[in-house]
Design a protein around this ligand. Structure first.
Ligand SMILES: Nc1ncnc2c1ncn2[C@@H]1O[C@H](COP(=O)(O)OP(=O)(O)OP(=O)(O)O)[C@@H](O)[C@H]1O
Ligand SMILES: [Mg+2]
Ligand SMILES: [Mg+2]
Length: 525
């Protein structure tokens, strides 16, 4: 007989590391480019979700505000104004670094990166170049069994926005965004395909959202990617990289990488070389184009910012942040699956959840996972998830609404699930259908009324056999049908169905026919 041996933890760890090692070293055979290895590293810029900007006390804005309504003299680089570091931005940066398992540097510093552009009034951007906030982290890609190393995380300022009006021939400058805090999260070149890159950005997006450090909204520009791509033949060292700037959708990023890989392979196969350059992406043509070559790369003249002291972070602060960390997506997934939810249901809940608001001051998240957690207290998790993902989300989708439009509270949905599960709903339709009808009614009519009360109002609650209403209806039916009643008394049992029918009619279908029959028989004995 085979003995069952528990796999020691260390062994499991070693297997995992071997797998990781393979991800780095083993050539990937991709049928799209069978002879080539693709190497990708991504710089993600995530806008920090703080109330005020990185170095001024002006409130951060979103794209809906009129231009230049959130600008302080500092943001506009008026002479004599000085930066003052916003501790909230540091806190959210540290939380992000912890979520990425990175090492928080006890001493980091701010530098000036000089370049001239109309949306950068000071002529330099404050960033962390020589000493970043955090280093050597990593992110696990659940669906691709991959671990991507994170080189560093740094804090920096966002720029303003310039829009060129080609008819008038002028540029319009909006400084609302100028000075907003950004986290630049730089990966090592560990990604090997457009799909890896897509999964990496989505996972990172879910992570920053789950800890509330960024909206991570690519369409609105609060998460932007610079993607570095190179190709090499199997076994050869990494090739020369090109950096594609400012991609703001996962889909376009994947298209941009595919097209860039093909361009580089075509160059190399025709005997030419790939020149290191910065490139843009044309969405209409699905092509990348050259912005500037390495030779034209601006000299940023980095220098430490003389107005900002080094940022010192002690272990006690990091420990405090670590203790206050909310549940991270990996842990949430594991917890939900341990409750018996299917992978699909878990994914749906977490996907719907990703737009959630999470605050650290004790307030609970308003997302789908929090909703599920609240309702599943004391109820069957699988039944609850079914009501949320199938019934509720299904009806919301039918109404072209999303989860954030849902106004049914956790208590209300919990109550609805209870009355359906306990078989208290009945009617001419099946209990499940009545439940769905009630749910639809609740979505149509925003109210705080509990479903059990609504069911009572609409006579959808089953009347239990000990209910006095039942006996009253039975007595009334006997009085209304004296001949039939006599027939039953004389032993003609079949006639009782007519009296039962009468009672069911009085109860508008809410009575339990078996119970009615039993009561009638007792009364007519
Ligand atoms: N051979 C390569 N192929 C693809 N990507 C690479 C390669 N070598 C490095 N990279 C990636 O390029 C990126 C370099 O980013 P980093 O911020 O360090 O420097 P940079 O792009 O030169 O500076 P800047 O922040 O000014 O754009 C990293 O994500 C890294 O993983
Ligand atoms: Mg960079
Ligand atoms: Mg770069």
């Amino acid at each position: 007989m085979l003995a069952r041996v528990r796999t020691p933890r260390r062994f499991k760890q070693i297997t995992r590391y071997t797998r990781l090692l393979h991800a780095f070293c083993v050539p990937q055979n991709d049928s799209r480019w069978p002879e080539w290895n693709v190497v990708i590293g991504i710089e993600v810029h995530a806008q920090i979700k703080s109330r005020s900007k990185l170095f001024s006390d002006t409130w951060t804005s979103d794209y809906t505000l009129p231009p230049n309504t959130r600008v302080s003299p500092y943001d506009a680089a008026f002479p004599g104004t000085l930066p003052l570091l916003n501790p909230r931005c540091v806190e959210l940066g540290v939380r992000t670094a912890l979520a990425l398992n990175a090492k928080i540097e006890p001493r980091s510093a701010f530098d000036r990166k000089h370049y001239f552009y109309a949306d950068l009034p000071a002529g330099y951007q404050i960033t962390q170049y020589y000493a970043p906030l955090a280093t050597s982290g990593g992110l696990r890609l659940e669906n691709r069994e991959k671990y991507v190393r994170i080189k560093q995380i740094q804090l920096e300022q966002d720029t303003g926005k310039s829009t060129f009006d080609s008819r008038e021939g002028i540029s319009a400058i909006d400084l609302n965004r100028a000075g907003t805090g950004l986290m630049e999260i730089v990966s090592e070149p560990d990604l090997r395909s457009p799909e890896d890159a897509g999964e990496y950005v989505r996972t990172l997006q879910a992570l920053v959202r789950s800890i509330g450090s960024s909206d991570g909204n690519m369409e609105q520009g609060s998460l932007r990617c610079d993607v570095n791509v190179s190709v090499n033949r199997h076994g050869a060292p990494h090739g020369t990289r090109c950096e594609i700037k400012n991609l703001n959708s996962v889909k376009f990023m994947m298209v941009a990488i595919t097209s860039e890989v093909r361009r580089q392979i075509d160059l190399l196969e025709s005997g030419r070389a790939v020149a290191q350059e910065t490139r843009g992406f044309n969405e209409d043509k699905a092509e990348t184009y050259s912005l500037r070559s390495k030779e034209d790369a601006p000299d940023y003249r980095y220098m430490p910012d003389p107005n900002l002291p080094p940022l010192l972070i002690d272990e006690a602060y990091v420990e405090k942040m670590r203790n206050e960390m909310p549940e991270l997506p990996d842990a949430t997934r594991a917890r939900l699956q341990a409750l018996g939810l299917s992978r699909r249901d878990t994914d749906v809940l977490m996907e719907v959840d990703s737009g959630r608001e999470v605050r650290f001051d004790g307030e609970v998240g308003r997302g789908a996972v929090a909703y599920f957690d609240q309702i599943s207290q004391g109820r069957d998790p699988k039944v609850v998830v079914n009501w949320i993902t199938h019934e509720l989300l299904g009806q919301l989708a039918f109404r072209r609404e999303t989860f954030s439009d849902n106004h049914i509270s956790a208590e209300q949905l919990g109550d609805l699930i209870d009355i359906v599960q306990q078989g208290r709903l009945t009617g001419y339709v099946t209990p499940g259908t009545s439940g769905k009808t009630l749910l639809r009614h609740m979505l149509d009519h925003c109210s705080e009324e509990m479903p059990s009360k609504l069911a009572e109002k609409f006579s959808l609650l089953a009347v239990s056999s000990d209910d006095s209403a039942l006996e009253r209806w039975c007595a009334e039916a006997i009085a209304a049908l004296p001949q039939e009643a006599d027939a039953v008394r004389r032993g003609n049992d079949k006639v009782i169905n007519k009296i039962v029918g009468r009672v069911m009619k009085s109860s508008r279908g809410t009575a339990n026919a078996q119970a009615v029959r039993a009561i009638l028989l007792k009364m007519l004995q």
